[in-house]
Ligand binder design. Sequence first.
Ligand SMILES: Nc1ncnc2c1ncn2[C@@H]1O[C@H](COP(=O)(O)OP(=O)(O)O)[C@@H](O)[C@H]1O
Ligand SMILES: O=C(CO)[C@@H](O)[C@H](O)COP(=O)(O)O
Length: 571
Amino acid sequence: MPSSNGPLYLGFDLSTQQLKAIVISSDLRVHYEAKVDFDADLSSKYGIKKGVHVNEAEREVYAPVAMWLEAVDLVLQRLKEKNTPFDRVMGISGAGQQHGSVYWTKQGEELLGGLKTGETLVQQLSEKAFAHPWSPNWQDASTQKECDSFDEELGSENALADATGSKAHHRFTGPQIMRFHKKHPDVYRATSRITLVSSFLASVFLGSIAPFDISDVCGMNLWDIRAGKWSEPLLKIAAGEDGIESLKEKLGEVREDGGGSMGAISEYFVGRYGFNANCAIAPFTGDNPSTILALPLRPLDAIVSLGTSTTFLMSTPNYVPDPSYHFFNHPTTAGLYMFMLCYKNGGLARERIRDTLPKSTTADPWAVFNRVASGTPPLGQKTKSDRAKLGLYFPLPEIVPNVRAGTWRFTCKSDGTDLSESEESWSSEDDARAIVESQVLSLRLRSQKLVHSPEEGMPPQPRRIYVVGGGSLNPAITRIIGDVLGGTEGVYRLDVGGNACALGGAYKAVWAVERKEGESFEQLIGQRWNEEEATVKVDEGYRKDVWGAYGKVLGAFEEMEQQVLAGEERN
Ligand SMILES: Nc1ncnc2c1ncn2[C@@H]1O[C@H](COP(=O)(O)OP(=O)(O)O)[C@@H](O)[C@H]1O
Ligand SMILES: O=C(CO)[C@@H](O)[C@H](O)COP(=O)(O)O
């Protein structure tokens, strides 16, 4: 219970499988939390699985917008049942899963501005507010043709990455809009505004369409980061025959300032839940940019987010884009950038391997997986002469590398030579360790150019690794992260476990409202953040021998990916 009567701040995380909310005070203490789990709470009504619908024939993945509206009322209801004093909430911010787009009608914009407190959001908005009832999800892989056009438009994938921070990706909103337009031209024309998931959620709270956020806009392949404006040639191909001006109108403004207020909260929330009428709606951002705001992240520290997707995040002053990863504008601090790797095959791929093992007899569904993964030696080598086991486990088409769904198992010698596809089949026990190793080896391979030596005598690696998201609660996984990635100061779990992204949103709201003229997010949060209270050390991190052993097979891991890519048709 909050002891004072000071202001409170609310942060949201509208991710793939849940809507989470967290309420904190100015001193960053957490007071109330609530969540809605889409499968557990809403699947009977919306028929989703793991938060989404899948149309395998076209490799489409999409989520019902109405379900998210229903989740907003439900999560607030749950906070209300915990006696959250909404009248003390002075700022709201939050995050949305990245890249997803929501297509509003003109009537939707009007309805949003005049919501009645006696009816729910879903009752008032679901039928008429959206030109399309679905939001393409980040797991969608239907846009290869459009991605080819995007990469070609600026000359090469290198040129596209240089301008927009990323080469073309299936899930990025620009290629998605281009396909949407071709597939549903009438719906496109009936669309008055397009929001990202982050600006969709902000719009609901604001009661009018919110602008894009300076960081989340970088997940569209449409924003020229170097020039700080929309890329006209890219808008042009996305807009097609309807022309660039109509798309510009649908997209609207991009807000440069990640803080401040976009306006006061919609009366709907004042009347229905008792929010303070002066509560500021700060810009919302993407779920990954929001996650880096869950702590005052220093350059050379890294975050590994183990949600539905696995992401690897760093904050850096250097803009060094490359087609193999992503750069975004930092969500709060001009001159900083967010480096990101993103994998579709994160939590759900690990769950698949877990489910091939005998069922756990305890309440923890991960108990057997953890025992097996921890009990298996690194790279499955019981003795030095055993061959090292390397696998790729992609139940979904992957982003890095861009290959179709499949499982591949290879072996090599300890020094990384003599790589070959494994002829004997492996046991599920071998897979349990190998899937986690494989996911972390990919992070190490792709982040090695971004890190340097944190202290004299140490090889290049991150200094601290912070783990967040559902999988961060798993000790076997965090130990393997330390084994493979190192971290000279160790591996730390943010104490809020799976709630880091929502917490980042709440911190952003505190900074947005309470900052003094020119005070940066890092300054304000850095002064109030208590590292000892907020984190738990879960692994010592860098261990020379085992880190070195993984280093020797890193080249073989890369070669395995190249062999798999060479044998595949592209996604
Ligand atoms: N103890 C655990 N060990 C490993 N994975 C876990 C554990 N607890 C939860 N997870 C995984 O976390 C994932 C959900 O993480 P979360 O960060 O809440 O996801 P998202 O934000 O993408 O909705 C699930 O796929 C689940 O398998
Ligand atoms: O596509 C990306 C990032 O580029 C994903 O990270 C999404 O942003 C969804 O995240 P989670 O639901 O796993 O948090």
